[in-house]
Write a protein that binds this ligand. Sequence first.
Ligand code: ADP
Ligand code: MG
Length: 253
Amino acid sequence: MATVLAFTNQKGGVGKTTSAINIASALGIMGKKTLLIDSDPQGNASSGVGVRKSQLSSSTYDVLIGRCPASAAIQQTEFKNLDVMPATMSLAGAEFELADVEKRESRLRNALEEVADKYDIIIIDCPPSLGMLTINALVASDGAVLPMQCEYFSLEGLSQMMMTIKQVKKLYNPNLTLTGILITMYNGRLNLTLQVIDELKKYYANKLFKTTITRNVRLSEAPSYGAPIQYYDKYAKGADAYDSVAKEILERI
Ligand code: ADP
Ligand code: MG
C-alpha cells in the first residue's frame, strides 16, 4: 500500500507545486514507485512533469466526479518511476459539483484504493485554498507536508492549516498526521526570515524538516522545460536540497 502525502498550504506561491514535483521525482530516482496527483486547477504540477494538457482525455476532475477510474486518468512520465494524474482548468468545477454529493470528502480516497498497491508513495499537489479539493486530498492522505515561506503572515496561515488538519483528522481521517513543515525560498540574509524560523522552532521544532530550500533560479526555470530539477540541472543547489528532503520524508513515513 502506498503512503499518501498531501502537499498543502492555503497560501499561493509558497512552493507547494515546486516541492511536490521535485520530491516526487527524487523519490522515483531513489527507486520508489511514485504517483504525483495534480489537484490544482492551475495544472502546474502536470506541465512541470511534461504533460501536454491540450491532449488529455481524462484528469483528476474526471476521477473526482466519478466519470472514470483513477487508473484511466494516470499516465506515465518520461521520468524514472514517476506517474502523474494530471489536472486542467476543469478541476475548478469540482469544488461546486461536489458540494452536494454523498461522501464528497472521500471521493479521492475511494478512487485511489484501486491503484494504491501499484505505488510506494503518492504525492498530492493541493490548490491554494481549503475547499473540497484540499479536504479530499487530506482525507486520502496519511500525512500532510506544509511548504511555507518565511513571511510574517505565514505563521497565521500555519495555525489555520493546523486547525484544518485537526478537523479532518477528527471528522474523516483519524490516521492523518503532519509529516513536516518545509521552509522554501529561504533567504538567510533577511532578519524577518530568521525571526519567523525562531518562532517556528518554538512551536513546531520536531516538525520542521532539517533541510531548507533556498532560492534557486534553476528551480523556477525547470517547469518551462517540463522537467523536474534532477533532470533539468542535476547539479543545481535545488536538486541537492530536494533530494535531502525526500530522504527526510522516507525517514518519517
Ligand atoms: P505554489 O504551488 O505554492 O503556488 P509554486 O511552487 O508554484 O508555489 O512556486 C511559486 C513560484 O515560485 C513559481 O514561479 C516557482 O517557480 C517559484 N519558486 C518556488 N520555489 C523556488 C525556489 N526555491 N527558488 C526560486 N523560485 C522558486
Ligand atoms: Mg501550486
